[in-house]
Write a protein that binds this ligand. Structure first.
Ligand code: GDP
Length: 460
């Protein structure tokens, strides 16, 4: 079975990277599972390549699932690489040179629930990063009057669709189209898919029954083909470029990096530059690790060493000196380039993400650069000034900084997906610094706004 990511695959473009976003409980995880599940059923064993943090589905398997909807010879793409962790947190963490790491996205919307705060958050992030996306209008099986599609899986024509759709489902779908239009997108059912500037495809699906998944995959392939053609002349033989997904201790390997490689190749023993908490880290790759196929996994031996890997893929990299590496930071293979230039490139990419700060404002701490940026954007929109924004756990010195703020409403720390160190907690109590913690951006902002209102009421 050919690897979807080797340069011998004969395809002109690299595998598109797909992210799944949407409001909590709208079905992101279920949809990803169903996509993997249907492709596992359709494909022969081993056809789905498990990566670190991602799943690759080769073109022939995608086209089998999509049935008559896809003619594989229409595509230059080797398949699709789905990022395994859904949600916009991982989406914003995963940045590449040009902005978002994902080439295309699925925005999952529960048809019964419509647009919710995190749906809007996701749309803003997609707009900002100019990521083309398709809307999966999920949970159609729960709509009253819904009839399962007997001649599954495909409904290609408007007539066929309206024949069976319940009027309630129609109503809900058009509501979603209306909500997209409020956000500045013209949208229609899936046969009029264009890119993010134009029409957005809305595909009715059920992550429960699998209905609509062939259609969704078809739309994704079309979106990827179109967008990647326009934008990406990918040379998967050049020095690798990737993004750190996670920094993790791995038994037998020390601190390792889970990396999504979006360009070029990376080889054993090569020198790499990685964004670190203070300074770029320069080190040599000791091992490139891929997960073993599930059937072969023995607990002591979860990974398989490979000598080289090409984009797009998810891999684990073992190398010395990675303790200060940062999730969301760039990884670059030096190869035959000038090392100083590569270091400068990594620095430049990190500084791109710097958040604008004010003399007076709150302190923000977040787990990754990408999430820091997403929060800063959301705070900018809510007109909350930021005095300091950093990646990392809440430490005593953050409390000291916050406690110097002139106004009470600024003596606060908004902590996103990070821990509060024990002595910092005590210090916050002692110095009347208010801490807000959450893993959801809008909740942090909502809670902060409520707190400010309370303060203002108390002062009147
Ligand atoms: P996430 O938070 O967006 O990842 O949502 P989950 O995938 O965890 O789904 C939330 C709940 O909705 C779970 O109980 C799922 O079983 C259920 N669910 C998701 N998709 C569907 C669907 O298409 N139909 C039905 N009936 N239930 C669904």
């Amino acid at each position: 079975m050919p690897d979807t990511n080797t340069r011998e695959n004969g395809h002109g473009l690299r595998t598109p990277i797909v992210a799944v976003l949407g409001h909590v409980d709208h079905g992101k995880t279920s949809l990803l599972d169903k996509i993997r599940g249907s492709t596992v059923i359709e494909g022969e064993a081993g056809a789905i390549t498990q990566h670190i943090g991602a799943t690759a589905i080769p073109l022939d398997v995608v086209s089998k699932v999509a049935g008559s909807l896809i003619d594989p010879s229409d595509f230059d793409l080797p398949g699709l690489l789905f990022i395994d962790t859904p949600g916009h947190h991982s989406f914003t963490t995963l940045r590449s040179r040009g902005g978002a790491l994902a080439d295309i996205a699925i925005l999952v919307v529960d048809v019964n629930d419509g647009f919710q705060p995190q749906t809007l958050e996701a749309i803003n992030i997609l707009k900002q990063s100019q990521t083309p996306f398709v809307v999966a209008a999920n949970k159609i099986d729960t709509v009253p009057g819904w009839k399962p599609n007997e001649d599954a899986p495909v409904q290609q024509t408007k007539e066929a669709q309206s024949d069976r759709a319940s009027s309630m489902l129609d109503e809900q779908l058009y509501e979603i189209i209306g909500e997209l239009s409020d956000e500045g997108f013209s949208a229609d059912m899936y046969w009029r898919v264009q890119d993010f500037r134009g029409n957005i495809g809305v595909v009715p699906v059920s992550a429960e029954t699998g209905e609509g998944i062939p259609d969704l995959l078809t739309v994704l392939m079309g979106l990827a083909q179109r967008y990647m053609k326009e934008d990406m002349a990918i040379d998967v033989t050049g020095p690798g470029a990737g993004t750190v997904l996670e920094v993790k201790e791995e038994k037998g390997f020390g601190t390792t990096l889970d990396v999504v490689l979006y360009d070029g190749t990376i080889r054993e023993d090569e020198t790499i530059v990685v964004g670190g908490l203070d300074e770029p880290i320069v080190t040599d790759v000791r091992a490139i690790l891929k997960p073993r196929p599930l059937a072969e996994i023995r607990t002591e031996d979860r990974f398989e060493k490979v000598e080289e890997i090409a984009a797009a893929s998810g891999v684990k990299i073992a190398a010395p000196g990675l303790d200060d590496a940062m999730a969301g930071a760039p990884v670059r293979v030096v190869r035959d380039r000038d090392i100083e230039e590569v270091i400068a490139e990594v620095r430049a990419e990190l500084s791109e993400i710097e958040v604008e700060t004010q003399e007076q404002g709150v302190v923000v701490k977040a787990d990754t650069l990408g999430s820091l940026e997403a929060i800063a954007n959301a705070m900018d929109e809510a007109e909350i000034p930021i005095m300091r924004a950093e990646v990392g756990d809440v430490a005593p010195r953050d409390i000291s900084v916050a406690s110097t703020a002139g106004e009470d409403k600024h003596k606060t720390i908004l902590a996103f997906n990070v821990d509060v160190l024990a002595d910092a907690e005590q210090q916050a109590e002692d110095s009347d610094v208010k801490l807000f913690e959450s893993g959801v951006i809008y909740r942090l902002i909502e809670e902060y706004e409520e707190y400010v209102e309370e303060l203002e009421r108390a002062q009147q």
